[in-house]
Design a protein around this ligand. Sequence first.
Ligand SMILES: [Zn+2]
Length: 179
Amino acid sequence: MDKRSRLWFRNEPPRPRRVYMDSRDGLASNLHPMRGSGGAFTMTNLTEPALEELVELARQAAQNSYSPYSQFCVGAALRLTNSEVVTGTNVENVSFGSTICAERAALVRAVSQFGPKIRIAAVAVANLNGLASPPCGACRQMLAEFILPRAPVIFPAADGMCTMTFIELLPLAFEMKLK
Ligand SMILES: [Zn+2]
C-alpha cells in the first residue's frame, strides 16, 4: 500500500452506511431516504459486502489516476445489471476543460465494452486523498442516461463514506422531450 493509500485509511477503512432503497412510487422530491427510519425503505438487492467490494475496486482504479495538475486521484466502479463491474479513473489534461472524471471515464468504458443498452445498478467512488468527492454535476447528468433511479451511489463525503440513491443525487435530470 503506498503512502497515499495509507493516508486514506489513516483512521479506519471506509465502511458504507446502510443502503436504503425507497420502495414507494412517487416523485423524486418526496424521497428522503437519509431521514427515513427504515420502515418505508427496503435494502438494495446488492449485499453490503458487494458494495464494499465495489468501493475497493474504485479505490484500486484511483491508483491509475492521471492527475498531474490537481494531484487528486479519483476512481469509480460501476456495477452493471449484467453483473459486470467496470472501473475508471480521472484523466486530466493541460487544457483543463478536456479533463474527464473517473465516473464518466468508467461510463464511457462500460458503453464501449458492453454496448448502449447497459444499465447501472450501483456506483462507488473513491479517492486517495482522503477528501470528499461526490460525483460532480456533469457526471450525474451522464449517469442519469444509464442508471437505475434507485441505484445506490457510494462516495466519500466530508464525514466519511455516504450512500445515497441516484434519484436523491439528481432529482431533476435534464430531459429532452421533443414533440
Ligand atoms: Zn464528474
